[in-house]
Design a protein around this ligand. Sequence first.
Ligand SMILES: [Zn+2]
Length: 263
Amino acid sequence: MNTNLFYTFLLLFLFALLARWFKSKEAEWLGSLGEYKVRKEINKIEESSEKYKSFHDLYIPKQDGSTSQIDHIILSDHGLYVIETKNYSGWIFGDETSKYWTQVIYKRKEKFLNPIFQNKGHIKALRNWLGEEFAHIPIHSVVVLLPRAKFKSEIHFSNAYVIYPKQLKQVLEQHRTSEIDGETKQQLIRKLETVIAKNKQQQKEIKKRHVQTIQTNRKQEDRYIQQNRCPKCGSALVIKNGKYGKFKCCSTYPKCRFTQKIR
Ligand SMILES: [Zn+2]
């Protein structure tokens, strides 16, 4: 074999390896590029006015001990915007109520979970975690698609926005009612800052702290019940006979609906 031919083959072989590696990394790179673009748009909005404050990569504690991850939250003077970023390409078909959306790329069809549903779950977790104190604050759902995805469904969404990064500011400026006062806004900022993860270590710590809180609450609840006090309102508990055996319930029922089976 002559040496020239050998080097040609070697070069071709190396090139093929390189191409495969690029292909395997493509999704990851495009993903972070998309995330970067959305982040840039949010930063621009935040710098444009004092009334906007943004939070990235939040881990919201849930009742069952797990956490709900939120890409971005923007707080304005009129409410909270929960943003879910989606790095799709190709044509996207979907509506508000079906469980799955469809992506069509090079004649290949793929189904994926409706991001509005997904964001609804995030908002529910956020609502629960924020609690009574912030129950009056409006929360809006925003799904951001990247420009390389073409959204093909002509639908007006009533409970969410499905937009491209450039439309974000326009969405934020649509809501001008229910002004949040400065003090409440500061409290919200302080609370949201406790669940931001700047790295993997912080992610772990947030989750750990959360599990500990749940355990402490459960212990305290048990102590109350042992003392025949309602853990919800502090009133006395009474024992009743039910279809499935005896149970303890709050003496103020139906004002407070706490019940617990006696084991
Ligand atoms: Zn009670």
